[in-house]
Design a protein around this ligand. Sequence first.
Ligand SMILES: *Cc1c(COP(=O)(O)O)cnc(C)c1O
Length: 410
Amino acid sequence: MSMDRAQCLLMDQADPLAFVRERFRLPSGEIYLDGNSLGCLPKAVSARLTNAIEHEWGRGLIRSWNEAGWYRAPQRVGAKIARLIGVPAEDVIVSDSTSVNLFKVLTAALRLSKGRNKILGLVADFPTDTYIAQGVASWAGAELVRVRPDNLASAIDEGVSIVSLTHVNYRTGYRYDMASLTRAAHAKGAMIVWDLSHSAGAMDLQVAACDADFAVGCGYKYLNGGPGAPSYTYVAQRHQGGFEQPLQGWLGHTAPFDFADDYVAAPGINRVLSGTPPVLSLVALEAALTVFDDIDMTLVRAKSGQLSELFMLVADEVLSPFEFKIESPRNPSDRGAQVSLSHKHGYAVCQALIHHGVIGDFRAPDIVRFGLAPLTTRFVDVFDAVMVLRSVMEQRLWDRPEFQRRKAVT
Ligand SMILES: *Cc1c(COP(=O)(O)O)cnc(C)c1O
């Protein structure tokens, strides 16, 4: 074999990000390759949450909105995420879920681009992105047009209000070119929103330098904010004045504590807010984000490319008898931090793998997905995981009834 375990251990020794693993509480005896679905637990979170519960909530009660900084947490956490996605600190805010924030952005975009009535998306995008666009289109009397990726640029025409794209595809890991597609949208007078759920925290991003109009994304994947962590929204400064979204709750008001009878949108990014934020979840996300404080994201990007390259190299060598197909792009610059394999028994293979200590996930109809979160995944983990997969296949361990039964969450 061209790559052996000892070489992987040497790669870990040479890894400039190896020290970051210490900042996480990781399950022992398991290889966790699902950080693209639910990121690992940063050690800083428990103590911070305990303090928020015991001291800020238990003791401070209502005073903590001011004194513990709860009220400004959406902006403060937004500023931390802004650095990771390459935009000004004051243009990102944390609230709600990605689904809800996408709803706000798409409705606001249709308002902003008077006379344009189309949302342009992709077929086979992440379901919630499509469903939300379908809902917005039907409520706003707009049209959702969905095309295959190859036809995307040519489908942008003068009727398109906004192009809605997920930067890294959840099934294949295909990464779209943010700069060129943003240019293509602008060339036809359309806006673009990037869903960064599978990008932020796994790579360096230059959303403002690409001149993107909007971005949204998820707090619980590579940002490690915990289950159901709130989401973030970026609105380019040039659109903030005209950003009108229908979920105009009191916290997006210019003066919430005036308790005025009529809504007047806050200036700037605050108008994205609707209601009261989930403070404990925000506090957990804020603590989780401290793992990135001193991290050069270009190193994170480089490592994700090396991890996925290693995965494919070893998979090519040892999995050839077992009818897997690598569904992720071979070119590292076209790929996020994941490797996806299709297999006709994919679900059972994934369950057998989990049973043997390699945690990936399954995406219908046939994708076994391995997220290679660069801060927590070692090269030796990738090597070992592929070896466990080989032994699951060699011994047909997947072919057992308990691995065929579908659970509610795959
Ligand atoms: C994970 C993910 C979401 C999640 O949306 P929620 O509203 O948090 O459930 C949305 N879009 C994409 C592309 C995702 O990967």
